[in-house]
Design a binder for this molecule. Sequence first.
Ligand code: BG6
Length: 515
Amino acid sequence: MSDIPDAPSASQSCEIIPERFDIEPFTMVIFGGTGDLSRRKLLPTLFHLCEDRNLPDNFSIIGFASKERSDEDYRSLVRDSIKEFGEGEFSDRCWENFSSHLYYTSGGFDDNESYRRLSKRLEEVSIPTKGGTREIIYYLAVPPQFLPDIFERFSLCNLCNNTFNSRIIIEKPFGQNRKSAAALNQLIARSFNESQVYRIDHYLGKETVQNILFFRFANSIFEPLWNRRYIDHVQITVAESLGIGSRAGFYEKAGVVRDIVQNHMMQILALVAMEPPISLEADHIRDEKVKVYRTIRNMDESYIDRFTVRGQYGTGKINNKDVSSYRNEKETYPGSDTPTYFAGKLYIDNWRWADVPFYLRTGKRLKERITEISIHFRQPPLRLFSSACEIREPNILVLGVQPHEEIALHIGVKHPGIGNQLYPVNMRFNYEKDLRGDIHFPLPYERLLLDCMKGDQTLFASQDGIESMWAVVDPIIEQWEHTPAPEFPNYIAGSWGPEKAAQLIEKDGRQWRIA
Ligand code: BG6
């Protein structure tokens, strides 16, 4: 065997000096500071940020929730949460530092007196910046029904302006449809300027989702091909093997379109399809995304019937273990019609994408957990070569988001031999292998919390962005909710979804890449 040296790995070509940012002293108030999201994600993330010295010396975190608790009780709840849900070894030394920044205030979200107490607490614990402002971040980790009460009191109790220089982070779901999202935006606008509002979507915090923009606009060789002349179609898959767990209360009202398509999938779609922004400024990027949503072809009843597929999982096996059907999950309604699977064909009616289908699919309890985008290029105009395999693969560019963070380009090469046979191979960049494992993938919340602390809104949805994403999916939700789905459950847990989803793409002479 010949001794071919490895190509130099990316990490050898230049030394990357980690960027550091100066973050002003701040206080974060977590509404719902003892809830599931806080315990699983927010508090462990804040702890890691502190451990990695990404937080300023002066910061405070106030948990705000209904139950009476002392600061000490709260610290012990936070400590348990970090131990249970945090990554890596728990460090007592870091805990000692971190816990000295933690406080708790109890109160009802609809009780004015509680907000006055909170305001007083903020005066006590928040440390002014050099410029003399008090930077406050309100994290609303609460179910959406509490939001109107909270926003009303923000302005009533003077918590948003004047004394405090504030920002708010709002979790999904942001509304139930376009109308309620617009109403929520109006409510927010009574107390906050748009520049203070951070609507979070954790998919935008994923490294490989951010990489879509880097890949497209930092490499000059792909952008000239990134259009209808060279691209046959695009597939976006967000497949989960998990079921709904203990979230029936939320999921029964949401369903797959509100849970995944309206936000995560629309964000990915926009990053793939948008025009180059004139700069990396938040609004330049966000405005380009909005243009994509506005050019997605309207879906009327017959379009939805023909080009979308809904599904709900039945019993089956995942990793050789029996799993129950959606209707048998804890606390789902008997005979529930809530969809857990979506597939659809969308068109973006603009100069770049006219007539290029975008096939989207997502579902729970599918065979594997995979999120990927694949760009399928057109076949060459003449078939000059015979093929070693039966399937004639076009060039495909695969952007793997999870679990494999990689970029692969499928190309055809000559199969060695005396014949003229074409053979499909991959050119692959894999983050872990090619950067030789010396990289740290920040968790989505790490990145997003830091961005909010820095005041960078790029990775957060804008007011018009969120409303136009809803405008795309509203007709599907409405139609599905008004027409029964008699064939549910229509896919086996552990499969790739309903048969109709395969037919949707096969009718066009194409196939799902993963099936
Ligand atoms: C959440 C959804 O937004 O995203 C969940 O509410 C889903 O239903 C989750 O499981 C998927 O996120 P990830 O990061 O595991 O792909």
